[in-house]
Write a protein that binds this ligand. Structure first.
Ligand code: DON
Length: 304
């Protein structure tokens, strides 16, 4: 399969079409990004890697980092983790509070904000310096040292965290947040403010395509059974109330972020990362979804 040729074609096809959607304005620091940024990067298990467009430019990976945080915590806590966060699609927007009362403060899954806040709470419990430990986890996966938080984005998000703060306090009333809500929010906003390129993302997530093993040095990041489960949650919950649509149109486990990034995994083969800042009505990158849909249509490869 000539992936490079297919991606060249789908990239220019999607780029030539109207760029629909909207850049979110609720985090002022990311609202100013050019709507025309568009990058894609492909890396396979043999480290054959290539990209197009703005694939070497850093952007705010936002909720994509929830996958790193989940992997980190799951490896340390094991199945005990699922007592505090469930594995069901929510069918609701990422920042919704509606199900938390009926579910007694247990978030439906680790990728909605409520779930990621519980993961951050656990990070505060198990790490002496969660921010540094998380960064070094990602630096190890990407094999690059210059991966950092954008402090301006984190601060900007902290000033606009009213819903997340409400969620955190609500879960604390059920006993499912154990640290001070302010500390959980501070860590969560930093998690969302990590900056990476498409190239770094497509390399970093290879462990999810390789039964938990980092291909460059065979280090076991997660067990094969845990990777199967993380990929299952990505497929069913990675795009919030558009997870069914992504699965239907693309057919790969993946994760989006409001910075316009999307990563998708083809187990046993490769990882592909796309970035285009304009989002559709459900908060997922318009061009990112379009490119991945065209890509899996052309390759005929999906997990189904
Ligand atoms: O919690 C928030 O509002 C965001 N900073 C993170 C959300 C996000 O990326 C959800 N995405 N698709």
């Amino acid at each position: 399969m000539d992936y490079q040729k297919i991606i060249t074609e789908v990239y220019s096809e999607v780029k030539s079409e109207e760029n629909k959607g909207k850049i979110p304005d609720y985090i002022p620091e990311i609202a100013n990004i050019s709507a025309e940024k568009f990058g894609v990067s492909f890396t396979d298990l043999n480290h054959h890697s290539f990209g197009f467009g703005d694939f070497e430019e850093k952007f705010s990976i936002q909720s994509i980092s929830k996958v790193f945080a989940l992997s980190f915590v799951y490896e340390k806590l094991g199945e005990e983790l699922w007592h505090r966060v469930d594995v069901e699609p929510s069918g609701n927007p990422f920042n919704s509070l509606v199900q938390l009362e009926a579910d007694k403060g247990i978030p439906r899954n680790p990728f909605i904000n409520a779930g990621a806040l519980v993961i951050c709470d656990i990070l505060l419990e198990i790490c002496s310096n969660p921010k540094e430990e998380l960064l070094s986890y990602i630096r190890n996966l990407s094999e690059e040292e210059d991966i950092n938080f954008n402090e301006k984005v984190a601060a900007s998000e902290m000033q606009n965290s009213f819903r997340n703060t409400a969620m955190c306090n609500f879960m604390k009333s059920f006993g499912n947040i154990r640290n001070k809500p302010d500390a959980v929010i501070e860590l969560y906003c930093h998690l969302c403010a990590i900056e990476m390129t498409c190239k770094q993302l497509s390399k970093s997530f290879l462990y999810l395509a390789n039964e938990g093993e980092k291909p460059s040095n065979m280090a076991q990041i997660l067990s094969p059974s845990k990777v199967k489960r993380v990929n299952a949650i990505l497929l069913t919950c990675g795009f919030y109330d558009e997870s069914g649509e992504f699965s239907f149109r693309v057919g790969l486990p993946g994760k989006s972020g409001v910075g316009g990034g999307i990563i998708a995994i083809y187990p046993h083969h490769y990882c592909i990362a796309v970035w285009s800042p304009k989002l559709n009505a459900k908060g997922n990158s318009y061009r990112g979804m379009k490119l991945l849909e065209e890509f899996t249509t052309q390759t005929g490869e999906s997990i189904f």
